[in-house]
Design a protein around this ligand. Structure first.
Ligand SMILES: [Zn+2]
Ligand SMILES: [Zn+2]
Length: 137
């Protein structure tokens, strides 16, 4: 599969990053931890081998989250200025879970799978069944 270099950053743009050799596939996660971390109905994630990811400006804050099913400490990186959830960096895996909404080249991303599907909220299934407006009403 073709890979590419992707870039991204937080809402206030103090923190930016680059991903080399990216495979532009994403997974939607419906777990409760992701909902809290992202403030959304589900998270969108791109799995990246750690050596391919680097911050290009700024320094994230790190929350050592222990709320997951495993009880393990899972570092979650976010911008301390604007609060954007940037990525999750599990200690026991050689990967970084990049929150896909922070990637600049989102047109390149394809959906590969959904995980923790049993936790999917009812309103997510209602997407496509409600009035869809081009902006705020
Ligand atoms: Zn920021
Ligand atoms: Zn999750």
């Amino acid at each position: 599969m073709a890979t590419s270099t992707l870039t991204g950053g937080c809402l206030c743009n103090k923190i930016t990053y680059q991903i080399e050799n990216a495979t532009p596939k994403i997974a939607i996660c419906h777990c409760n931890t992701c909902k809290r971390h992202t403030g959304s109905g589900f998270s969108t994630n791109m799995i990246v081998p750690k050596p391919f990811f680097k911050y290009t400006s700024g320094t994230p804050k790190i929350f050592l989250d222990t709320s997951g099913d495993s009880g393990q400490e899972v570092p979650k990186h976010f911008c301390g200025d604007c609060g954007t959830a940037l990525n999750v960096q599990p200690n026991d895996k050689p990967i970084i879970v990049v929150r896909a909404g922070t990637i600049n080249e989102r047109d390149e991303l394809d959906l590969a799978m959904e995980i923790f599907h049993q936790r999917k909220d009812k309103f997510v299934d209602q997407i496509g069944q409600v009035p869809a407006l081009p902006g705020m009403p």
